[in-house]
Design a protein around this ligand. Structure first.
Ligand SMILES: N[C@@H](CCC(=O)N[C@@H](CS)C(=O)NCC(=O)O)C(=O)O
Length: 391
């Protein structure tokens, strides 16, 4: 049994090493890579391993492994620390953006606050850690952050190979490109039109591999320049060093809203994104209790949204006759205590942070992103925002 534990620990350490190698492509502030992407599909800083996952860490856990990986448990650690360490970007407009006064705003930042409200009863009990794309997953692996809310796409390799688990998608996104109208691009442009262009993005992202694979399949040549920080990407676009910027569509919309100079017209295309980018919380694998806490925090906001219960309505809902909302807010039949939370955990979430729609609208409407007609609409309105029943 003892040696089995050490084997497991070794496997975890090895998988951290793989991740650090794969994601930490550059520590400096220079472009991390300049390469012709047309024939390149294996240079992603995002994908942690080229070979099939065969590390013991990815095998179904036996009792010993669970004991090892859940040692202490993240919920207990956060409760005893009294603050939630939450990894964010800090440079992602409308998702997690560090303001001049040091506060962090955005939908991701608010989901950090929601977890803090659930666990600690205080949405402000959050220590934000600004992480680049390349740094973010190592921070989960090492326990530097308890949860990551950093426009992170749920992919098979991230989920299965490197010791992480993903929670419910909080924003359904997709990769697009942004160019200048003065260069002949329009909202109707197709990706094939970027043949010969210098395309810029940030390192350690799905974005890199998506555009490289697409360029190869379209048979076009692009020069892909990757930067450690997205602010550097935008500096390159503003200076003219980059013809095209590519990332999640939401990121492009946010940056266009904030940074498009007067007299210039930036256009986002193609109209159908080139990839699926389901964004949501990430946490260390094999801590089922913590996963439940983060997941049901998100679900509580979705269920409240489904019933139209806003921050202002929680007391009436708790005293009302919607049995599911009563349970969720800590009344009769509540299930939060069995999760290790106080009965009013999700009352605190909804009253202090709001329901999904409130969180979405206050952060994303100002940059022009709306739920209407999108995958981020309620499931009852043709979207994908859906939660299991609270019973
Ligand atoms: N969703 C993609 C891309 C994430 C990403 O890095 N997006 C950019 C554009 S929104 C970003 O967060 N930039 C802010 C930064 O690098 O700090 C992924 O998970 O790899």
């Amino acid at each position: 049994m003892f040696s089995r534990k050490w084997l497991t620990l070794l496997a975890l350490v090895l998988s951290f090493g793989l991740l650090a190698t794969a994601c930490g492509s550059s520590d400096d502030s220079e472009p991390a890579a300049t390469d012709d992407s047309s024939a390149t599909t294996d240079d992603s800083a995002d994908e942690p391993a080229d070979e099939p996952a065969d590390e013991p860490a990815d095998e179904p856990a036996d009792g010993d492994e669970v004991e090892l990986t859940q040692d202490g448990g993240i919920l207990a650690a956060v409760q005893s620390r009294g603050t939630l360490n939450c990894g964010v970007s800090g440079a992602a407009v409308a998702f997690s953006f560090t303001q001049a006064d040091g506060s962090v705003t955005g939908i991701d930042a608010d989901y950090c606050r929601a977890v803090a409200a659930a666990v600690l009863g205080d949405a402000n009990a959050v220590e934000f850690a600004a992480l680049t794309a390349a740094e973010r997953f190592t921070a989960i692996q090492t326990g530097d952050v308890d949860v990551l809310m950093r426009n992170s796409t749920w992919t098979q390799s991230r989920d299965t190979e490197v010791g992480m688990d993903f929670g419910p998608t909080t924003y359904y996104d997709g990769q697009q490109l942004m160019g200048r109208a003065s260069d002949g691009f329009s909202a109707a442009s197709e990706v094939a039109e970027v043949d010969g262009a210098i395309v810029c993005t940030n390192a350690g992202t799905t974005t890199e591999t998506n555009i490289s694979e697409l360029a190869a399949s379209l048979g076009i040549n692009i020069t892909l320049n990757t930067f450690e920080d997205f602010n550097q990407v935008m500096d390159g676009f503003l200076s003219g060093a980059c013809d095209i910027v590519t990332t999640d569509g939401s990121g492009l919309v946010g940056r266009k809203a904030e940074q498009q100079p007067a007299g210039e017209e930036w256009v986002i295309f193609p109209s159908t994104p080139i990839s699926k980018e389901p964004l949501g919380p990430v946490y260390a694998q094999n801590d089922s209790q913590w996963a439940d806490v983060v997941n049901w925090t998100v679900y509580s906001t979705v269920i409240a949204d489904e019933y139209g219960i806003t921050a202002a309505d929680v007391d009436a809902a708790l005293a009302g006759d919607n049995a599911e909302m009563v349970r969720l807010l800590g009344g009769e039949g509540e299930l939060q205590s069995t999760m290790g939370l106080s009965p009013d955990a999700f009352y605190n979430v909804i009253s202090q942070v709001g329901n999904y729609g409130e969180i979405f609208d206050r952060n994303l409407n100002p940059v022009g992103l709306s739920r209407d007609g999108s995958a981020n609409a309620r499931w009852t309105e043709g979207g994908l925002i859906y939660a299991p029943p609270a019973r």
